[in-house]
Design a protein around this ligand. Sequence first.
Ligand SMILES: [Mg+2]
Ligand SMILES: [Zn+2]
Length: 172
Amino acid sequence: MKGVIFLDRDGVIVQDVGYLNTTERIRWVPGILEALRTLQRRGYALVIVSNQSGVRRGFFSWDRMWRVQREIERRLRREGIRILATYLCPHHPNERCGCRKPGTISVSRFLHQYPEYKNTPWVVVGDRETDMEFGRRMGAQTFCLNPRADDPQGTVLTDPRDLLQRLGRHAV
Ligand SMILES: [Mg+2]
Ligand SMILES: [Zn+2]
């Protein structure tokens, strides 16, 4: 195993349509399937960590959240992509739960379940500041998928496929 990539979901894997609550609104982020397929082939495990506060905000139910999630993972499998583990936080930011990013309880849970990844490289890919902070707290190599951003530190991806080169170049 090469390492593990902790992926944000909305805005990284599927387009961020704002509180994704129905499978009809699932759309891939362009380039993500090719990127994930290649990274998986290189030996990276793929893990999803996603804030889904729409549950506690009352926009959709817990069951609905998981129905959408299972459908995304089913479609990914159809594309040859396997998600090793998924951690969704349903809480409202006011609840201060610790599983909401940038909280890292999801990572503790993952390492408890898959301790073999403890000493492998960790990579975080997100599209918001909370994801970047999450990655910093974990000490992971962190990338921001944002087609419009300037990139003084070399951590911005304009396309998910940029990851293939970035992770190749800083071979970990
Ligand atoms: Mg996002
Ligand atoms: Zn939570």
